[in-house]
Design a protein around this ligand. Sequence first.
Ligand SMILES: NC(=O)c1ccc[n+]([C@@H]2O[C@H](COP(=O)([O-])OP(=O)(O)OC[C@H]3O[C@@H](n4cnc5c(N)ncnc54)[C@H](OP(=O)(O)O)[C@@H]3O)[C@@H](O)[C@H]2O)c1
Length: 216
Amino acid sequence: MARSVTVIGSTGLIGKQFLESVSEGEFKQVTAISRREIPELMGKSFINQTIHDFSDLEAMRPDLKTDILVCALGTTIKTAGSQEAFMRVDHDLPLEIARIAHEAGCQTFILISSVGADAQSSIFYSRVKGQVEAALDELGFNQFHILRPSMLLGERQESRPGEFVGKLILTPLSFLIPWKYKPIHANTVSDKIKRLASWTQPGKYIWEGKSLFHLN
Ligand SMILES: NC(=O)c1ccc[n+]([C@@H]2O[C@H](COP(=O)([O-])OP(=O)(O)OC[C@H]3O[C@@H](n4cnc5c(N)ncnc54)[C@H](OP(=O)(O)O)[C@@H]3O)[C@@H](O)[C@H]2O)c1
């Protein structure tokens, strides 16, 4: 039976790709939470766009009454301005929003995390990603899917020179790179999210390397 889905991080590379690819009737209801309207979704009147400034997360509660919550929220330390600000976006917001959704009856949480996520890592970014995975696991969703992509490929508005150079070098050499570290297109991640939205078995699943590229 079709289920309802809510997306946070809807304006980002993964969130927008997923929402743009959703067809009418594929889900019982589709809600996109963001800080601003998404013009690319204007033609899709079946998607309920809701605007929040993320300072009052309780105000999101009605939009978090959903079967599936997809979290594609994230920033960079450079954009956020400090490690604390990064932690707020990549750890605190997903955790607080997930807690409200779980209370509201959400069964399935799909998190876009990152390759290398490890709560014990000496690298700050990887440690935060690992910590948020662990904290979310404690909430006890019926299904908890963690996707750990390496570098994401696709069209993004924000210019990230480091990423651009990385893509130029890595994409042609991709066949030499172990699956876990291969750059992956936003389309592929979006297709995987759709596949997981119809997953029936309960449990915690980590999708990385080859398993992230393949739909089964
Ligand atoms: N990019 C990569 O190569 C890469 C690699 C591995 C893992 N990841 C992870 O994958 C996830 C998705 O990545 P992505 O590249 O699709 O993300 P993205 O394009 O950078 O989009 C991030 C999303 O988070 C939202 N956001 C950022 N700061 C916010 C704040 N303070 N309050 C509310 N919303 C905020 C953005 O909203 P606004 O548009 O309003 O700013 C946007 O919707 C992230 O967790 C990222 O860390 C990324």
